[in-house]
Ligand binder design. Structure first.
Ligand SMILES: NC(=O)c1ccc[n+]([C@@H]2O[C@H](COP(=O)([O-])OP(=O)(O)OC[C@H]3O[C@@H](n4cnc5c(N)ncnc54)[C@H](OP(=O)(O)O)[C@@H]3O)[C@@H](O)[C@H]2O)c1
Length: 333
């Protein structure tokens, strides 16, 4: 940190109300919010919400210039909270950071103590960001299915948006638990990636979109994790077997859900809503330990790629254009 300045990916609102983003190296630590814990950010990761923030979605971010980044992993550099001391390794996931406040796409953040979660001194911070909020959401969804079914071995589960953050971690976790995972993707080139993370069957996105008409269809899966909402979720509900369970996490397709009560009253299906934001610290730590967030097993190398802050503008373009496959971890050191 030269002269109290640091580097960050910054979004600016132009006079014509368009938005542009670039990396700046003259942000000032003293300008960060007057919160309890100053953190030197080592790694961050990219989530769907970040792509909304940089496009000026007013439900996410209203004040610009803005440093997005809803996830961060780093080391405490100063603390006014008795819960943290200088040098502690911390992770911030599933919090309001990076929307109305400066986020993890900057080398420094200052946040309320309650947003941070202390992790063990030997934690590999890069690995924690392979999960990030998307992975935490996936783990909450898998946990909801586990709660519903008990043992997930050999359960047939369908996952939408399978090359995206929530989707690819869901496929990974479910396959590790012995499920037969059907991955739904709009990317024809993604088959090798989806096979590498454990998908046993791959469906094109349009194959789910095209099933209109009937109220119920021949059941094909025990459960689902859906990031799309809209017609995709409505179709999935028709295709789930008796007493199945569907975890709804997202709305990349549509926020509306046009369905009937028939999947619920004739097949006894449960629709579970997942909200990762603001879960309490006990839940975060339980999920963290249960799903080994500190030690992504085996195939993590195929799940993500590492970029620097300077690569982030191009990476955000890829997310917006819908060409990104797998997770992106950002190295800010
Ligand atoms: N409930 C929560 O607490 C929570 C937490 C985190 C995220 N979310 C939500 O979960 C969703 C996914 O987040 P993410 O971080 O995984 O996003 P992401 O990395 O951008 O992935 C989204 C994926 O969805 C697929 N997709 C894109 N447009 C689609 C469409 N029109 N219909 C169906 N699929 C489409 C694409 O995968 P394919 O090309 O492989 O189909 C894309 O990669 C978002 O709606 C986000 O807001 C919710």
């Amino acid at each position: 940190m030269a002269n109290n300045t640091y580097k960050a990916f910054v979004v600016e609102k132009n006079e014509d109300k368009t938005f542009s983003y670039s990396v700046k190296d003259d942000l000032v630590v003293d300008d960060l919010p007057d919160d309890e814990v100053l953190i030197r950010v080592y790694y961050s990761t990219v989530n769907y919400k970040d792509s909304l923030s940089i496009q000026g979605n007013p439900a996410i971010t209203r004040r610009f210039p803005h440093t997005p980044g809803i996830d961060a992993a780093g080391v405490v550099e100063a603390s006014k909270s008795g819960d943290y001391t200088v040098g502690d390794k911390v992770v911030i996931i599933g919090q309001p950071m990076g929307m109305a406040s400066p986020g993890g796409f900057g080398q420094y953040i200052r946040v309320p103590a309650s947003w941070a979660m202390k992790v063990a001194a030997d934690t590999d911070l890069e690995q924690t960001m392979v999960y990030g909020t998307a992975g935490y959401t996936a783990a909450l969804s898998v946990d909801a299915l586990k709660h519903h079914f008990g043992d997930l071995t050999n359960r047939k589960i369908i996952v939408t948006g399978a090359t995206g953050g929530v989707g690819c971690i869901s496929v990974t976790l479910l396959s590790q638990l012995g499920c037969q995972v059907t991955a739904v993707s709009g990317k024809a080139t993604a088959t090798p990636f989806l096979n590498s993370i454990g998908a046993s069957e791959i469906l094109g996105r349009s194959e789910l979109e095209s099933k209109g008409g009937q109220n119920l269809l021949r059941p094909q899966w025990d459960g689902a994790i859906d990031v799309a909402g809209g017609n995709t979720l409505a179709t999935i509900l028709k295709l789930i077997d008796d007493n199945g369970c569907v975890a709804a996490t997202g709305m990349v397709g549509d926020t509306t859900l046009n369905t009937t009560v028939l999947p619920f009253i004739l097949r006894g299906i449960t629709l579970v809503g997942i909200n990762a934001e603001n879960t309490d610290i006990h839940t975060r730590q339980t999920i963290w330990n249960k799903y080994n967030f500190h030690d992504m097993p085996g195939n993590s190398a195929t799940l993500y790629h590492l970029i620097t802050l300077n690569d982030l503008p191009a990476a955000m373009d890829a997310i917006i254009q819908g060409t990104q496959i797998g997770r992106i971890v950002v190295d800010l050191r």
